[in-house]
Design a binder for this molecule. Structure first.
Ligand SMILES: [Cu+2]
Length: 169
């Protein structure tokens, strides 16, 4: 007799615990406040969309770019400054694997007629036009094989401040 009573009260306690546990779901989803991070916008994983800015301070706003193998890279270079192309020209030149930005810049320093892009383009994977203040140029190219590549602005004297790394992963 005593055993059954204990057993019953145990069951009642369990039931009580269950009912008090009845889930009170929180209403409304917490909405994240406006994102301030500058994430790479990817309309699809097949595309890597990159916007690079460079102004009269002679700097790219990003020096480390990461894309994935197989993606199409859609890159826009925007010259946010005001100075003219022949005094503060900027371009984006992505170099083949193993080509050093500094060596490349030295080689093309006299190539004003071709906007500092050599006739022999074997060292180059992709490049924009040379831009003056307020101008932009968008290029598209397939991401090269996995690896690490250097990019630069090949305008004379700019490589010291204007170079970076593109990683294909
Ligand atoms: Cu430049």
């Amino acid at each position: 007799m005593k055993k059954t009573t204990i057993f019953l009260s145990a069951i009642m306690m369990i039931m009580a615990a269950c009912s008090s546990n009845s889930n009170k779901q929180q209403e409304g989803t917490t909405e994240s406040t406006t994102a301030t991070t500058q994430e790479t916008v990817e309309p699809s994983s097949k595309e890597a969309v990159i916007t690079l800015n460079a102004g009269d301070d002679m700097k790219f706003d990003q020096t480390l770019l990461t894309v994935k193998e197989g993606q199409t890279v859609k890159l826009t270079l925007h010259h946010t400054g005001e100075m003219a192309k022949d005094v503060m020209g900027h371009n984006f030149v992505l170099l083949a694997v193993g080509v050093s930005a500094t060596d490349f810049a030295m080689k093309v320093i006299g190539d004003k007629a071709t906007d500092y892009i050599p006739a022999d383009t074997k060292d180059i994977i992709a490049h924009t036009k040379l831009l003056g203040g307020g101008e932009s140029d968008t290029i598209e190219f397939p991401a090269p094989a996995k690896g690490t590549y250097e990019f630069l602005c090949s305008f004379p004297g700019h490589v010291g401040l204007m170079k970076g790394t593109l990683i294909v992963e």
